[in-house]
Design a protein around this ligand. Structure first.
Ligand code: AMP
Length: 283
């Protein structure tokens, strides 16, 4: 039976008890509205750990001004059912006041240089909010392993840097992106899409596929690979490109010359959804 924990105190207690029994604790932080992408992380935690803790918290501080915090999809009943069926032990569902006892004037974590570009530019304050909430969650759920999706590639790098630079005793495990049948990366925000927008949204993964085929055909010029992505997106009038780029997979700096393992990143707006996706070239 899955047990719901609402307070930091309770979450600390169950993890402490599991660790006392020498159990390996796995942690999957989410904002809920769970889909198969989230569940792939949960299953990986189940395979690699003795106890799985999932958090569901729509973190207000990672939404930029004017973004979709209020309208973000929430369905705790269904989420609990899915997690129960998967054999998850604990679901941590704190309130905002539990997580932010000082309100808006609390201590925050500086997300460092990885947060400056790409989604950091389009969503001011987003990665500061992510770094702060992830640090707090790591302090509450003292897991051995924490699972994050490659779908949010910049976030994954940032969380790895956070764990390393602030010496959190947790191993970060990156998990592959789970996609719909037509290639669209699963996302809670896909719920916002009308039928027409849903068909158009496949332009993001198609753009990555275009960069991938150009790379496979021998193209290494960064600008040409970006052009291949832009051309694909421009063919779809319902999709408004925010950025398309080819970057170093560790630093996220844009590349004049791509290489095997370089990362293609894309962000675009479709209706009221802001969607992101990425792929490793040549892999
Ligand atoms: P979110 O609820 O959007 O904050 O996501 C929670 C975790 O699930 C993050 O580590 C995401 O990267 C991961 N995630 C979201 N969508 C996917 C997906 N399609 N495939 C794999 N992981 C995902």
């Amino acid at each position: 039976m899955v047990e719901r924990l609402s307070s930091i105190e309770e979450a600390r207690r169950v993890v402490f008890e599991a660790k006392r029994q020498d159990k390996i604790v796995g942690f999957v932080p989410t904002m809920g509205a769970l889909h198969d992408g989230h569940m792939s992380l949960v299953r990986e935690a189940g395979r690699r750990c003795d106890v799985a803790v999932v958090s569901i918290f729509v973190n207000p501080t990672q939404f930029a001004h004017g973004e979709d915090f209020e309208g973000y999809p929430r369905d705790l009943v269904r989420d609990m059912e899915l997690l129960g069926a998967e054999g998850v032990d604990f679901v941590f569902t704190p309130s905002a006041s539990e997580m932010y006892p000082s309100g808006e004037s609390g201590v925050e974590v500086d997300p460092g240089p990885l947060a400056k570009r790409w989604c950091g530019e389009g969503r001011p304050g987003h990665f500061r909010g992510v770094a702060t909430v992830v640090a707090k969650l790591f302090n509450i759920v003292r897991a051995d392993l924490a699972f994050f999706g490659e779908k949010d590639y910049q976030q994954l790098l940032l969380v790895r840097a956070l764990a390393r630079d602030l010496a959190f005793p947790v191993k970060i495990v990156g998990c592959p992106t789970v996609r719909e049948h037509d290639g669209l990366a699963m996302s809670s925000r896909n719920e916002y899409l009308s039928a027409q927008e849903r068909s158009a949204a496949v332009a993001l993964s198609r753009a990555l596929a275009a960069a991938q085929s150009a790379f496979d055909a021998g193209e290494r010029d960064g600008a040409a690979l970006v052009q291949a992505m832009e051309t694909t997106v421009e063919a779809e009038p319902l999709v408004r490109l925010e950025y398309a780029t080819v970057v170093d997979p560790a630093t996220l700096e844009p590349l004049a010359q791509a290489d095997r393992g370089s990362r293609a990143l894309i962000a675009a707006h479709v209706g009221r959804a802001r969607l992101i996706d990425n792929a490793a070239l040549g892999i």
